[in-house]
Design a protein around this ligand. Structure first.
Ligand code: FES
Length: 103
C-alpha cells in the first residue's frame, strides 16, 4: 500500500492508502476518496481546480513539468508548495507525504 495524508480545508487530516500497481494520479485518488475536487479540465493541467499544497514530502516528488508550472503561475494564491494533483502520479514516492486541499 502507498500511504499518505490529506488535510482538508478545515485542517482535519485523514490517512489515505492506495494499493500499489493502480494507475491513478493524485487528483483521481482524492476524488475517489470523496474529496471535493472539481478537476474541471479532467487532468489536463488547464484549470488548477485540483491544486494542493505539499505540506510534507515535496522533496521526494518529481519536479513539476513546464505545463504545470505555467498553470500554477496563473494562480494568485499559488506558492512554491503548490502542485496540480492531476500531475502527480500515485506511486511509492508519495509514501508519507502530506497534501493539503487548496482553498
Ligand atoms: S484537473 Fe485541471 S489542472 Fe488538474
Amino acid at each position: 500500500m502507498i500511504n499518505f495524508i490529506v488535510e482538508d480545508r478545515d485542517g482535519g487530516q485523514v490517512p489515505i492508502s492506495i494499493p500499489e500497481g493502480i494507475t491513478l494520479n493524485l487528483m483521481e485518488a482524492l476524488k475517489a476518496s470523496d474529496y471535493d475536487i472539481m478537476a474541471t479540465c479532467g487532468g489536463m493541467a488547464l484549470c488548477a481546480t485540483c491544486m494542493v499544497q505539499v505540506v510534507e514530502g515535496a522533496e521526494q516528488l518529481p519536479s513539476p513539468r513546464d505545463n504545470e508550472l505555467d498553470m500554477l503561475d496563473t494562480m494568485p494564491f499559488s506558492d512554491d508548495k503548490s502542485r496540480l494533483s492531476c500531475q502527480i502520479e500515485v506511486n511509492e514516492q508519495l509514501e508519507g507525504c502530506v497534501f493539503k486541499i487548496a482553498g
